[in-house]
Write a protein that binds this ligand. Structure first.
Ligand code: A2P
Length: 350
């Protein structure tokens, strides 16, 4: 039996996503008895605003999780790998925003609008998908249910906030330096990001795809629960602060007209159709930033194949792509009374 009001930890609370997690818990009046922020020793003692007052950041250690019911992690993969098993072992349920646990068979990978049932039978670590994958599957799942998607070709245009606070600062600094005729400092990305596009997100793998691209391929199949969907991706970092955009081409088993797709998506949870070319109406990153919904527009037939559609999908990568999705998972866990359950000894504590 879950406590009515859980004690909640935010791990990585000083980061771009961690700060948004605190804001989202506050905005959605998440029924937490207490919220405790954690980060590295560098940030211990830092004050963060919350519910009209301030929270004091504590240093993350392996033994801090006793008495904490739920922990939202966004502190990078290696921190999650080390600390999430300790949290789960202490009886806490972890919702982890890193890629560390996403493809682990013991961990559900969840977008609540798409596969909330996967939360049943969790073992204490639940993975929050990659930001680009979340916004894509929210739109594709209702179309898949209606016409069976067989193939997806996606190209992304991803904001720098997905890389964290340091990347936000780097784009700001580079823009200022370039306007002052100075050589821009390049630290976070391999090349300048200001007024540039980088077809390189995360590391390159043996197949010449990036890890970000393969996350979209593998995570989409796991979340949609259909191994027959073939996905290919090109992921590009663009000089935008907030909001990922995606050009998505789908092939379906039966023909679906743009009108039918629009009608289905108009009913889909968490989706807004924003599609009227005659009125120059299409979603843009500047509209999606700060919003909870995923926006879709430019829906049109792919005239090169029998059953194909093209579309443009945009969402706030820090909200739906990370913090909001994690908090929605937490809300679903409460609704289903799924805190304090599961076999907590399946993950090795190192
Ligand atoms: P800190 O601010 O103390 O470095 P971002 O993705 O925006 O860069 O944020 C990363 C978040 O993860 C920050 O809150 C950062 O804390 C936290 N973090 C990074 N490494 C660790 C660690 N080893 N232990 C705890 N928190 C960490």
């Amino acid at each position: 039996m879950t406590k009515e009001k859980p004690v909640v930890a935010v791990v990585g609370a000083t980061g771009a996503v961690g700060r948004e997690m605190l804001k989202t818990l506050e905005d959605r009046a998440f029924p937490a008895a207490e919220v405790i922020p954690f980060a590295s020793s560098r940030s211990a003692g830092v004050k963060l605003p919350f519910r009209g007052g301030e929270l004091t950041v504590r240093e993350l250690k392996k033994d801090v999780f006793a008495g904490i019911d739920l922990a939202l992690f966004s502190a990078g993969g290696s921190t999650s790998e080390t600390f999430a098993p300790w949290a789960a072992g202490a009886g806490c349920v972890v919702v982890d925003n890193s890629s560390a646990w996403r493809m682990d068979e013991r961990c559900p990978l969840v977008v609540p609008e798409v596969n909330a049932d996967a939360l049943e039978g969790h073992n204490g670590i639940i993975a929050n998908p990659n930001c680009s994958t979340i916004q894509m599957v929210v739109v594709l799942k209702p179309l898949h249910d209606a016409a069976k998607i067989t193939r997806v070709v996606v190209s992304t245009y991803q904001a720098v906030s997905g890389t964290g606070q340091k990347a936000i600062a780097e784009l700001e600094t580079q823009v200022r330096q370039l306007f002052n005729m100075q050589e821009p400092d390049v630290k976070v990305y391999p090349y300048r990001i200001a007024f540039n596009c980088l077809p390189h997100i995360d590391v390159f793998l043996d197949n010449d795809y990036t890890k970000e691209e393969m996350k979209m391929v593998n995570e989409t199949v796991k979340i949609m629960g259909d191994a027959n969907i073939r996905v290919t991706a090109t992921c590009v970092r663009v000089p935008v602060f907030y909001g990922h955009s995606e050009s998505v081409n789908i092939e379906t088993a039966r023909k679906m007209t743009p009108q039918e797709a629009r009608a289905i998506l108009a009913q889909a949870p968490g989706v807004q159709v924003y599609d009227n070319p005659g009125e120059k109406m299409y979603p843009m990153a500047i509209d999606a930033a700060g919003e909870d919904d995923t926006f879709v527009g430019r829906i049109r037939e792919d005239e090169t194949i029998d059953n194909g559609l093209n579309m443009w999908i945009v969402a706030d990568n820090i909200r739906k792509g990370a913090a909001l999705n994690a908090v929605q998972i937490a809300e679903e866990l409460l609704r289903r009374d799924l805190l304090g359950v599961g076999d907590r000894n399946v993950f090795e504590r190192k």
